[in-house]
Design a protein around this ligand. Structure first.
Ligand code: NAG
Ligand code: NAG
Ligand code: NAG
Ligand code: NAG
Ligand code: NAG
Ligand code: NAG
Ligand code: NAG
Ligand code: NAG
Ligand code: NAG
Ligand code: NAG
Ligand code: NAG
Length: 670
């Protein structure tokens, strides 16, 4: 980003951002916006720590609740200044991974937000080197290239970047992307909600990146104006040059009326620079960050400017007093006619569409009728960034994030799951249809050290076709909801506590050929294949109680174990059956001798008599595909069945694998 001399002078004042604040007391950490919708993060602050900022009285919290990567650092002592904000004293760096992100939750989808990131290198790494260059992304869209040596301040030590964007979801991710030019780091991150009507140039398709926001001729030249003087906590940097411009001000309040699209704070509007005389100009300029010389090239960055005016002197119209001026861009009239600011009223003249030039010279000169020189109270300049990249389908993305959170998956699970392809999450495969958000079609989380039960969030991945959870320490059973997924074809269990019999848990790989065999067997086979339903075994009272009764006793602890054993009272002992294994369809065929002896007919289908290899008598209950009862009801019925045709039954297991080739029976003791 290039700025000319006059702008450069202003930019230097950005360091005030870091000088303004002092530390306050310790408060509890919050990962939620405050009552104003503000999120104020001090990156690298000790987890749980928070404090009230001296100047703004805003609560700053540790970033620990917003990211799960990176390491905290304090800057070197020689960079700590007496009036420095506490915020600049520590930071978080991200030595690992290409993309590391902060997730800001509890936003309002479709609303406009100001997002601000600040950086203070402060030799935190003790290497006294040029700070790293890296990229910032908002969600799946490029925000800015942070290169402090080219446009930072304080000898390349500090920088602040700010954007105004429409946030499409109820959360937004701010990502630091390592471009191979050093370890990304960040000192502070702010989010401020704006009114929907504000900054009409910021739309769902384009965001605004701040180049400058200047308060002309402030009374206190050392202070930038922000919250609480600006209800939206924009930062207005001091801008003045007594050798060039005169200054005017008022002690009166300046008001916004009607639909004020910018609500510049009155503390900013009550001062202005003025040309020294009627024939003088006010002008300022900047250069495009793009070196390409061709104007109006759609590929070059566009800029919008917003000029804020309010008349601060009471003019005597009957005495012929008039302040009227033209606004010119590169010597051409930019505003159709002469403009006269209203007394103590906020007026803004702004580009509605970005213009694309290599250099910009905005000048303001008086009209021939004007008796007073032109003035300017404040100015904002933004470059425009496209925000048209499509992130992963939001339901898929939030389900994937819930899975990540539940299992604390690290890998590179940061930012958007599918986009861009170069940074998609390891183990995920996505479908990328043009003009549609990417969908998650496959998840391989095998050997990922997953603990606890299977997340119900998998069931929200409606386009999921493949799920591999093998070689983890998952417990419990597979949620019913997974069977509702329209496209899911493979789910691979093989977790010791989901199913303990290793051999019978192995999945075959020749799915197609087995399918053919199944289809060849009528009726029941179709039941098993098509419904891929929950198949449940009822075990009768064991003949040989000691054998197998204690096997894998501790493997699974259903939540309802206690309640259920109470309901069985003293009989529980005799029903202590702890077999926990998985059966293939072939095995079930063997156990039931080809489904030849029907014990009876239940609401869901037939119940068959059978014997395990060790002689245990079992009842096999199948859910008939023709049953119009659902899997859930079936399971509920099985769970509550106490007897069948006069026999006491105990539910031993429910199927926990939806793959058609095998049926896993997990213990579910009552
Ligand atoms: C910060 O606040 C404390 C307490 O109000 C005050 O004593 C101190 O002077 C303030 N520091 C600055 C730099 O304003
Ligand atoms: C930074 O300094 C603070 C206060 O001195 C200390 O509590 C914290 O542990 C330090 N952090 C690191 C990462 O050294
Ligand atoms: C950062 O800016 C400096 C100075 O303009 C330049 O030399 C350097 O190549 C830039 N680094 C990157 C990664 O763009
Ligand atoms: C008016 O002011 C400009 C600078 O703003 C100066 O160059 C010019 O000489 C002045 N003209 C008169 C007539 O004072
Ligand atoms: C405005 O100018 C007229 C004509 O010179 C004068 O009579 C009047 O007093 C002025 N009004 C104010 C408020 O100064
Ligand atoms: C104002 O400036 C523009 C652009 O430099 C110029 O074309 C125009 O003649 C000026 N108008 C007056 C009244 O000086
Ligand atoms: C910008 O335009 C003004 C008014 O035409 C002129 O006085 C000034 O020299 C220009 N600045 C640059 C850098 O061209
Ligand atoms: C300047 O004043 C004359 C006479 O009152 C008027 O005709 C003309 O339109 C005015 N010009 C502007 C730009 O307002
Ligand atoms: C699944 O992930 C595991 C562990 O990361 C890996 O070893 C394996 O190759 C992956 N399998 C497939 C089919 O991608
Ligand atoms: C399961 O947990 C045990 C002990 O907690 C551990 O030794 C083993 O490596 C884990 N297995 C997998 C596949 O993560
Ligand atoms: C699941 O992943 C494991 C380990 O990568 C692999 O051995 C197995 O074949 C996979 N299962 C399926 C059904 O792809």
């Amino acid at each position: 980003m290039c700025v000319n001399q006059r702008w450069g002078r202003t930019m230097e004042l950005r360091q005030w951002l870091l000088l303004l604040c002092l530390s306050g007391g310790l408060l509890q950490r919050r990962a939620q916006p405050d009552s104003r919708g503000f999120i104020s993060i001090d990156c690298g602050l000790t987890e749980q720590a928070s404090y009230i900022d001296n100047t703004t009285k805003l609560l700053y919290v540790s970033d620990a609740g917003f990211t799960d990567a990176g390491t905290n650092h304090n800057i070197s002592a020689e960079y700590i200044r007496p009036l420095q904000s506490r915020r600049g004293q520590n930071l978080r760096s991200f030595p690992d991974g290409v993309r590391n992100c902060y997730t800001l939750h509890s936003l309002v989808s479709g609303l406009k937000y100001l997002i601000r990131a600040s950086f203070l290198y402060g030799n935190y790494d003790g290497l006294n080197r040029t700070p790293a260059s890296f990229e910032l992304h908002i969600g799946v869209n490029f925000w800015a290239a942070v290169n402090m040596s080219s446009w930072g301040t304080d000898q390349g030590n500090t920088a602040t970047v700010e954007a105004i964007v429409v946030v499409p979801d109820n959360l937004v991710q701010v990502c630091l992307v390592n471009t191979g030019s050093g370890t990304p780091f960040i000192s502070g991150l702010d989010l401020r909600p704006l009114k929907k009507t504000f900054y009409p140039q910021a739309t769902a398709e384009q965001g605004l990146v701040m180049l400058a926001r200047l308060n002309a001729a402030p009374i206190d030249k050392t202070v930038l104006i922000r919250y609480p003087d600006d209800a939206h906590d924009r930062m207005w940097y001091p801008w003045y040059d007594a050798t060039i411009w005169a200054e005017i001000s008022t002690s009166e309040r300046v008001y916004g009326v009607g639909d004020d699209l910018f609500e510049a704070p009155w503390k900013v509007m009550q001062t202005a620079i003025a040309a020294r005389n009627g024939s003088g100009n006010i002008w300022f300029g900047w250069e495009s960050s793009d070196a390409e010389p061709r104007d109006d090239d759609p590929a070059r960055p566009g800029y919008v400017a917003i000029l804020h005016f309010a008349e601060l002197q009471l003019l005597n119209a009957s005495n012929g007093e008039l302040r009227q001026f033209y606004i010119n861009l590169n010597g051409e009239l930019a505003y159709p006619s002469g403009f006269t600011p209203e007394y103590l009223i906020n007026n803004a003249i702004y580009d509605t569409k970005p213009s694309r030039h290599s250099v910009y010279n905005l000048s303001i000169n008086a009209t021939a009728n004007s008796t007073l020189p032109p003035i300017l109270n404040a100015v904002e300049v933004y470059s425009v960034i496209p925000t048209t990249n499509l992130g992963t389908d939001s339901q898929d993305a939030s389900a994937a994030m819930a899975v990540k959170a539940k299992y604390e998956v690290r890998k590179n699970w940061m930012g958007d799951p599918c986009f861009p392809t170069t940074m998609a999450w390891d183990g995920l495969a996505c479908s990328y249809a043009a003009a549609n958000p990417p969908r998650i079609t496959s998840i391989n989380l095998s050997s990922s050290g997953l603990n606890s039960e299977i997340s119900s969030s998998f069931a929200h991945l409606k386009a999921l076709q493949y799920l591999n959870l093998s070689n983890n320490n998952l417990t419990g059973s597979i949620p019913d909801a997974l069977s509702q997924l329209p496209s899911l074809t493979v789910i691979h269990g093989n977790n010791p506590n989901l199913c303990t019999d290793g051999n019978s848990c192995q999945l075959g790989t020749k799915r197609k050929s087995k399918l053919a065999i199944y289809v060849a067997v009528p009726v029941l086979v179709i039941v098993v294949i098509v419904s891929v339903a929950l198949l449940v075994l009822f075990f009768l009272r064991r003949r040989n109680q000691q054998q197998g009764s204690m096997r894998n006793r501790t493997a699974v602890k259903p939540q309802n174990e206690e309640a259920m054993s109470t309901s069985y009272g003293g009989d529980d002992d005799s029903l202590r059956l702890v077999e926990n294994r998985r059966f293939t369809y072939e095995e079930l065929k063997r156990i039931t001798n080809g489904f030849d002896r029907v014990l009876g007919q239940g609401g869901f289908g037939r119940v068959y008599d059978g014997f395990l290899e060790d002689g245990t008598q079992v009842a096999v209950k199948l859910r008939s595909h023709s049953s119009n009862q659902g899997v859930k009801e079936f399971l509920a019925e099985v769970r509550w069945t106490r007897s069948f045709n006069g026999m006491r039954l105990q539910l031993l297991a429910e199927m926990c694998d939806y793959d058609v080739e095998s049926i896993c029976l997990c213990r579910l003791r009552f």
